[in-house]
Write a protein that binds this ligand. Structure first.
Ligand SMILES: Cc1cc2nc3c(=O)[nH]c(=O)nc-3n(C[C@H](O)[C@H](O)[C@H](O)COP(=O)(O)OP(=O)(O)OC[C@H]3O[C@@H](n4cnc5c(N)ncnc54)[C@H](O)[C@@H]3O)c2cc1C
Length: 380
């Protein structure tokens, strides 16, 4: 395995002027725990509503999965649309898809060039998967969502023009900068060590508040042990290469039932992740350090399946959590503590939408449609 930087291709989250740790006691209407894309969306929503907000993170801004992911912006939930219809019911799956499309539009307006509207392509790795792609396409067309057939190496895949990609670290840094400018107090290197709805305790301080929103994906069950069994954490790994000729891979590609995924970045480098189909069992409960087996396997896929020979420049890992039904945790887990997380590998779009919905609820407003769609058992 060749030598490469052990940081995401997006940049090292620690190499930035992250806000300083919290020392002492502060008060705010809302305390947000976790400053990834979701937590920062909650901070922004609280500010928009005129509430005071303190956000804390155990590490740097976007130090978790939010700064270490594949950068795909995909509509819908963590299941392909036809599978979502089967698992969650038609009305719910369609509603969730609609809400994700609205969030994609909101992200594009909010983030400008950090979002690239290039679509996404699912390619089948077998004839069986080609049949599944046909079913996915049929379900999307039946519900009037944008999609069309597109050629893949083993049959027709699905091109979804409303999808795209994002620079995930830049997203979080931009949102953190804006939040600070609008009066939020943000503190990095500030883990929550005790959590109640009116008080979040940290190693050198505390936040007094009227509600807490926890926006944590990987290791959510560690922070809130009552979620053990509902959220289960796993490592995901990626690598990236030196630039190849730009335009070679026009949009993010989803291969082999979504187990592998890659995209070409604007500078020409290729970022590829996956391996769960082969190594998934061994990745449960692992920390966010790249491991040799998966990295070697990813490099083989890069050479053989994607056909990219450029040297690998970055190897990294992140931790996310999965739920049994592949819909996120979205619940008041303790009085005044709403948890949003465990996005089953798809938190870039619905994560921020759910966090904004959680903010509405935390401010005493009626549960938004997305909350009722994701977790009707809690919010209807
Ligand atoms: C390799 C990889 C590829 C992925 N690819 C995609 C993709 O292409 N598209 C997609 O939609 N999704 C993808 N995902 C999933 C996606 O990254 C996540 O769902 C999303 O980033 C979650 O963001 P978040 O803000 O909800 O949570 P997180 O990113 O988990 O942020 C939570 C934050 O909380 C902090 N925290 C944790 N515990 C505490 C504590 N006790 N006190 C204070 N702070 C705490 C962490 O430090 C972290 O910064 C991928 C994930 C990985 C790892």
């Amino acid at each position: 395995m060749t030598e490469a930087a052990a940081s995401p291709v997006w940049g090292d989250p620690a190499a930035w002027e992250n806000p300083p740790a919290l020392h002492g006691e502060v008060a705010a209407d809302i305390c947000v725990v976790g400053l990834g894309g979701s937590g920062l969306a909650a901070v922004g929503a609280a500010l928009e509503a005129g509430a005071s907000v303190v956000g804390i993170d155990a590490g740097p801004i976007a130090g978790g999965a939010a700064g270490r992911n594949g950068g795909f912006l995909l509509a819908g939930g963590a299941l392909f649309h036809h599978a979502a219809v089967e698992a969650w019911g038609e009305e719910r799956a369609v509603g969730i898809y609609e809400e994700s499309l609205a969030e994609l539009d909101r992200l594009a307006a909010e983030l400008g060039p950090i979002v690239r509207h290039v679509g996404s392509l699912r390619i089948p790795a077998s004839e069986e998967e080609a049949e599944d792609c046909a079913q996915q396409l049929a379900a999307l067309e039946r519900h009037g969502f944008p999609a069309r057939a597109a050629d893949g190496p083993t049959g027709a895949g699905v091109f979804i023009p409303s999808d795209g990609s994002i620079q995930p670290l830049d997203r979080c840094r931009l949102l953190a900068t804006r939040a600070l400018e609008h009066g939020a107090r943000l503190h990095c290197d500030t883990p929550a060590v005790a959590l109640a709805g009116d008080r979040v305790t940290t190693p050198a301080g505390a936040v007094r508040c009227t509600a807490v929103i926890v926006c944590v994906d990987g290791w959510l069950e560690r922070l809130l042990p009552e979620l053990d069994g509902q959220a289960r954490s796993s490592r995901l790994q990626m690598l990236a290469t030196a630039p190849v000729e730009p335009g070679r891979i026009p949009c993010p590609v989803y291969d082999n039932w979504g187990y592998e995924y890659w995209q070409q970045l604007p500078d020409g480098s290729v970022a590829l992740g996956g391996g769960r189909g082969v190594y998934g069992e061994a990745e449960w409960g692992r920390e966010a350090e790249p491991g040799a087996d998966v990295q070697e396997w990813l490099e083989r896929r890069l050479r053989e399946r994607v056909g990219v020979a450029a040297p690998v420049t970055h190897r990294w890992a992140g931790v996310i959590a999965y739920t049994p039904d592949r819909l996120p945790v979205f619940a008041e887990v303790r009085p005044g503590v709403i948890a949003v997380g465990a996005h089953s590998g798809h938190g870039n779009v619905l994560g921020s939408a759910a966090a904004r919905a959680a903010t509405e609820i935390a401010l005493g407003r009626p549960a938004p449609r997305l909350a009722r769609l994701l977790r009707p058992e809690h919010w209807n």
